[in-house]
Ligand binder design. Structure first.
Ligand code: ADP
Ligand code: 3PG
Ligand code: MG
Length: 392
């Protein structure tokens, strides 16, 4: 069963709780570094306004330990307001009597941004009572938070048990495009993986290896694989508890997993960098970017692919001297004729920074969620939406 889109449901005049994912990167002063995810939700917000809905926006921001000021959602409301040139109200809670009062003050087309849902630990714990409290604010639930659909949290999987659930316009598009990569990719289908979070990506990689023709590995996740092969990775980050799995994957898919052959290594970000083989990194050094030989090798694979999925920067791209490979490969992808899909907050940020997003066929809002879907694994929040009761 598919999710019902807001475009195919009677939402007119209803109060809708829209779970968005405005989890944008912040700088050290807590300012927004990007607004890509906010922009991606605008068509849904505009559609609901046209239908005279009262719109409650609910999101998480960061991984707060308590009600940290840095993670308040007021700045998200302000940015959205600038983008749509419409007032966006804001409240300092997301459940309870006070919030309900704020909701009751709204008129048709009004937008109210609720406070960070992760200020309540009940969100991550998928607490049923908390989900029920959230559901009491509205008559229908809209999931427009594709990038958080891999999380089994209360506002993602709990609320649609209490309210009729609908899919936002962007969610439908993400499921269509990324689903086509899973089900009918034009071959050769090449996946390029980098970034840092091996622990959350390696299981997905396991599934991805079944459908992709080639998986290219760079970024910090490279070193767990190199170590699994017996290479010396120096001080590079390694996830020791994933080495066995990495070894098994390398053995099961010989020739399919292509590890970056060379890296840019240094003692730290301020020391002189050297280019060395990725399996012979000096014990005093760590690999902070992949090297020129890798860029050449990976570029060839990109150019000869018909479908390309990229997640995770190839190096520590925030530091300019380690951003070379990520920038070069971004340019190669942007220029190539392959059907290119990029997922991941940091990968997307790297591409946006180079102003190349317009040359990419689909910039997913999701990182972990996009990987999960492309690998053919279940997105719990999408399942919850499918099971949700229909709107009247
Ligand atoms: P995405 O957000 O695209 O899914 P991740 O969050 O998994 O990607 O990883 C991005 C992070 O990985 C960036 O902060 C980047 O600097 C870091 N990174 C990639 N390669 C390296 C490396 N070799 N050493 C240190 N950090 C790295
Ligand atoms: C993301 O940025 O991938 C989503 O917003 C999920 O955030 P999380 O990794 O903190 O759960
Ligand atoms: Mg990231």
């Amino acid at each position: 069963m598919d999710c019902t889109s807001i475009a195919n449901a009677n939402v007119k005049n209803k109060t809708v709780l829209v779970r968005v994912d405005f989890n944008e990167p912040l700088d050290d002063k807590g300012r927004l570094v990007s607004d890509y995810r906010i922009r991606a939700a605008i068509p849904t917000i505009s559609y609901l306004r046209k239908k005279n809905c009262r719109i409650l926006l609910l999101t998480h921001l960061g991984r707060p330990k308590n009600r940290e000021k840095r993670f308040r959602t007021a700045k998200l409301a302000a940015r959205l307001s600038e983008l749509i040139k419409t007032r966006v109200f804001h409240t300092t809670d997301c459940i309870g009597a006070h919030t309900l009062l704020e909701v009751q003050k709204l008129g048709p087309k009004d937008i109210l941004m609720l406070e960070n849902v992760r200020f309540y630990p009940e969100e991550k714990a998928n607490d049923k009572l908390f989900a029920k409290q959230l559901s009491q604010l509205a008559q229908a639930y809209v999931n427009e938070a594709f990038s958080n659909c891999h999380r089994k949290h209360a506002s993602m999987v709990g609320v649609p048990q209490f309210l009729p659930g609908l899919a936002g316009l962007r969610l439908i598009e993400e499921l269509d495009v990324l689903g086509s990569l899973l089900n009918r990719p034009k071959r050769p289908f090449v996946a390029l993986l980098g970034g840092a979070k091996v622990y959350s990506k390696i299981d997905v990689l396991k599934a991805l290896l079944k459908s992709a023709d080639k998986v290219l590995i760079g970024g910090a996740m490279l070193f767990t694989f190199v170590k699994a092969q017996g290479g010396s990775v120096g001080k590079s980050p390694v996830e020791d508890d994933k080495i066995d799995l990495a070894r098994r994957l390398l053995q099961s898919y010989p020739g399919k997993i292509i590890l970056a052959p060379d890296v840019v290594a240094a003692k730290d970000k301020n020391s002189r960098a050297v280019i060395v083989s990725s399996s012979a990194i000096p014990s005093t050094h760590a690999g902070f970017d992949v090297g020129p030989q890798t860029v050449e090798l990976f570029s060839k694979s990109v150019k000869s692919s018909k479908t390309l999925f990229w997640n995770g920067p190839l190096g520590w791209y925030e530091v300019s001297k380690f951003s070379k490979a990520t920038n070069q490969i971004s340019r190669v992808i942007a220029k190539s004729k392959t059907f290119s899909v990029i997922g991941g907050g940091d990968s997307a940020t790297a591409v946006h920074r180079l102003r190349l997003a317009k040359n990419i066929d689909f910039m997913s809002t999701g990182g972990g969620a996009a990987l999960t879907l492309v690998a053919g694994l279940e997105l719990p929040a999408v399942t919850a939406l499918r099971r949700s009761k229909k709107i009247k």
